[in-house]
Write a protein that binds this ligand. Structure first.
Ligand SMILES: Cc1cc2nc3c(=O)[nH]c(=O)nc-3n(C[C@H](O)[C@H](O)[C@H](O)COP(=O)(O)OP(=O)(O)OC[C@H]3O[C@@H](n4cnc5c(N)ncnc54)[C@H](O)[C@@H]3O)c2cc1C
Length: 364
């Protein structure tokens, strides 16, 4: 059986960045990813600048200076009332297609054994090590890191979800200020638009699955009947050039903390807990979680000590931000509440700043 010191499940931002850091520090690492790079995934493409120094170190060759800098937030209510706010720290726009591919290449260069098109089906913790059962054969590792994102993950039972969301994403061409991220509410959901590389914009929305159901599970019908009620979204859907035949979609999206350890496995990124997408901070949290866990694993001694340190650090860094995101998310997608919130925030610029601050971390 092919054995490495570390096994990482999931090659999103958390898994890829951790794999690079471990491999650069001389560790043997296998990363298992169900898809093959490059690929598009449902994710808005605004990365908070708190993670820019970290990303620059991971990918020194990438042309960071030519990516759009995003410093303004425009929010509209369901009926089109707007609020504009400067973003103190701001973000950059970069597609996941481009970023994940660059990280995957860097991981391979650093010596990571990258298994693409490889779905993990199960893992078993045994005295001799951890066995990984995949669709493309079995592997073994001494320490396991779960970074499989927002899904329920392998070897976990499906839970019945009371309320869950559908994510939908397009790449479009549409004239709008490149330094602005727009967040437009519609009934039971919200839609973000921001610029990425090459003049392309990412248009990505999240909608309560019940809203889609009440539109006969027909996305086009829902976009026509519900999203277009917001005048900003009407203009975008009427005038933009849509670059893909079909959008990328994901279902069963939920938010909240899930836990930073599963048995003896370390958990990071969305697999440990996901923040509501409107905070525009999930990617930075995935990267930050990887950076913190790398420190623990590179300098770690006993497994129990590393596990305790990881749990403590994860909780203190992320659990309050996830909770704040969940609370703010309640306001979105509701007509009277989003109108009222925009009115209140317009008259209290300090409050908007505080709310944004609650979901964001420090530069790392
Ligand atoms: C609609 C929407 C919009 C968002 N917009 C933004 C935004 O603008 N800015 C922001 O910062 N964040 C945003 N987020 C959040 C962001 O997408 C996540 O927080 C971030 O991608 C988490 O990174 P990750 O590495 O934990 O997971 P992911 O990037 O999801 O990666 C997980 C990987 O694991 C792989 N995988 C899963 N199961 C298996 C398996 N069994 N075997 C092998 N591989 C497996 C998957 O294929 C995937 O590649 C958004 C999220 C949604 C849903």
């Amino acid at each position: 059986m092919k054995r490495t010191e570390f096994g990482i499940i999931g090659g999103g931002l958390a898994g890829l960045s951790l794999s690079i850091l471990l491999a650069r520090n001389g560790k043997s690492v296998r990363l298992i990813e169900r898809h093959a790079y490059p690929f598009h995934r449902v994710c808005g493409e605004y990365i908070s600048r708190e993670s820019l120094p970290f990303l620059r170190e991971l990918l020194p060759e990438l042309d960071w200076n030519n990516l759009p800098l995003i410093d303004k937030l425009v929010v509209s209510s369901v009926s089109g009332k707007t609020l504009q706010n400067p973003l103190d720290l701001g973000g950059i726009g970069i597609s996941r297609f481009y970023l994940d591919q660059a990280l995957a290449n860097e991981a391979k260069n650093a010596g990571v054994l990258l298994e693409e098109n490889c779905l993990l089906k199960n893992w078993i913790d045994e005295d001799s090590g951890i066995s990984l059962e995949t669709a493309s054969g079995d592997f073994e590792c001494e320490k396991l890191i779960l970074a499989y994102g927002k899904g329920r993950g392998p070897a976990t039972k499906a839970k019945k979800l009371n309320r869950n969301f559908i994510g939908v994403k397009y790449h479009i061409r549409f004239p709008h200020p490149p330094d602005e991220i727009q967040l437009h509410n519609f009934r039971n959901g919200y839609c973000g638009m921001s610029r990425v590389e090459n003049g392309i914009s990412c248009l990505c929305y999240l909608v309560d699955s019940a809203e889609l159901k009440s539109n006969g599970n027909n996305l086009k019908e829902m976009e026509y009947q519900v999203l277009r009620k917001n005048p900003f979204l009407k203009e975008i859907f009427d005038k933009a050039e849509f670059l893909w035949n079909e959008p990328k979609t994901v279902s069963g999206v939920t938010f909240g903390a899930k836990g930073s350890m599963q048995k003896n496995a370390f958990v990071i990124g969305d697999a440990a807990g996901s923040i509501a997408p409107l905070c525009g901070n999930g990617m930075s949290m995935a990267l930050h979680g990887a950076s913190k866990l790398a420190n623990v694993l590179i300098n770690g001694t006993e497994h129990t000590d590393s596990a305790q340190r990881h749990s403590k650090e994860w909780k203190s860094e992320f659990s309050n931000r996830i909770l704040a995101g969940q609370l703010i998310q309640q306001v979105f997608g509701k007509e009277w509440l989003s109108n009222m919130a925009i009115e209140v925030l317009r008259n209290n610029p300090g409050l908007s700043k505080k709310l944004i601050g609650l979901t964001h971390g420090k530069v790392f």
